[in-house]
Ligand binder design. Structure first.
Ligand code: UDP
Ligand code: MG
Length: 322
């Protein structure tokens, strides 16, 4: 067999953190898909993100009976963003499909993604038409957030999309070069550019198990999203500073004039307190904002590796260079 008629290899990347309830279901659905798509070779790459349940045992079991299954076992729980990054590093395919373990992303969409990939698109992403089983508040906050983020940057942010997408190898290689530790991968997909294609789908509720995100983590991710993507909040801070100084200057002139004309009077305690508190508040907010960026710089400057792995398939990682 010469190189030309080698089948293309498609890697399906599944980050998994405490997902033992859904992994068998997911595997079955993926096997159906892989059997259908005999044009391609497949690799299922699980990244076990420090699960505390039987996820790893299950993955090992699947690997024993199906050689298409590979896995990276991280040394602890690093979070989905880093888990995906490990997946990017270890994938072998000509393209990569990222899919959640919980079957919220229907694998049945993959043939369509592959079709567009064959047509020459590099990043085929699935956009949610609906989000079943998610609270109104979650939908509203996510809607508001995307719009806010977009208003702050020129790079186009993909609305209502998650990580469920197909990436050509060259996109993966591009993202692999972006080694920032505070990752907001959704921003990275937009940042690298290339040919993008959107497909629409209905997001299903989780097949089983519980969401791994709580609101605190989502808020943190949102702040990471903004601060990793744009420094425009710093610009706002400067603008607000300039405006308040102009206002302060005008007020100063008014006070000087008033004192010259009417003499000193000691009243004005209330207005003084208001001004002090207001300005104090603004200053603290902006200090916090600067701190946020400084903190990010601190993490990046350390230049630590993004993650350590315990093993890739059966091979234990020793971290030794020899
Ligand atoms: N996940 C992970 N590490 C984590 C949290 C989540 O690898 O620390 C994985 C999880 O196993 C799932 C995917 O990321 O495959 C999405 O997680 P989840 O369904 O909890 O998020 P949601 O769909 O609610 O955004
Ligand atoms: Mg989910």
């Amino acid at each position: 067999m010469n190189f030309e008629d080698r089948k293309k290899l498609v890697t399906i990347l599944v980050p998994a953190f405490n997902e033992h309830e859904v992994i068998p279901l997911l595997y079955d659905r993926l096997v159906n898909l892989m059997d259908e798509q005999s044009k391609y070779d497949f690799e299922i790459l699980f990244v076990n993100d420090g699960s505390k349940d039987n996820t790893l045992e299950l993955i090992k079991f699947l690997r024993k009976k199906d050689s298409r299954v590979n896995y990276v076992n991280l040394s602890r729980n690093y979070g989905k963003e880093i888990a995906m990054c490990a997946g990017f590093d270890y994938m072998k395919g000509d393209c990569l499909i990222i899919i959640d373990a919980d079957l919220q992303d229907p694998p049945e969409l993959i043939p369509e993604m592959l079709k567009y990939w064959e047509e020459g698109y590099d990043d085929v992403y699935a956009r949610r038409k609906s989000r079943k089983g998610e609270s109104f508040l979650k939908k509203l906050t996510s809607w508001g957030y995307y719009r806010t983020l977009q208003s702050m940057t020129k790079i186009e942010i993909q609305k209502d999309t998650g990580d469920f997408r197909l990436l050509d190898r060259r996109c993966v290689e591009a993202i692999k070069k972006l080694r920032e530790s505070q990752r907001y991968t959704k921003g990275l997909y937009s940042w690298i550019g290339y040919n993008k294609k959107e497909i629409l789908y209905d997001r299903d509720p989780r097949a089983a198990g519980k969401t791994k995100w709580n609101y605190r983590q989502l808020i943190n991710l949102s702040i990471d999203g903004i601060t990793s993507f744009t420094t425009s909040p710093l610009r706002w801070a400067a603008t607000v500073g300039i405006l308040t100084s102009i206002a302060g200057f005008i007020y100063m002139l008014a006070i000087i004039l008033k004192t010259l004309i009417y003499g000193i009077d000691v009243s004005g305690y209330a207005s003084m307190m208001v001004v002090i508190l207001f300005l104090g508040g603004i200053q603290l907010i902006f200090l916090g904002l600067i701190g946020e960026y400084l903190g990010r710089a601190f993490y990046e400057v350390k230049g630590r590796p993004l993650y350590f792995i315990d093993s890739y398939n059966e091979k234990k990682e020793t971290n030794r260079k020899d």
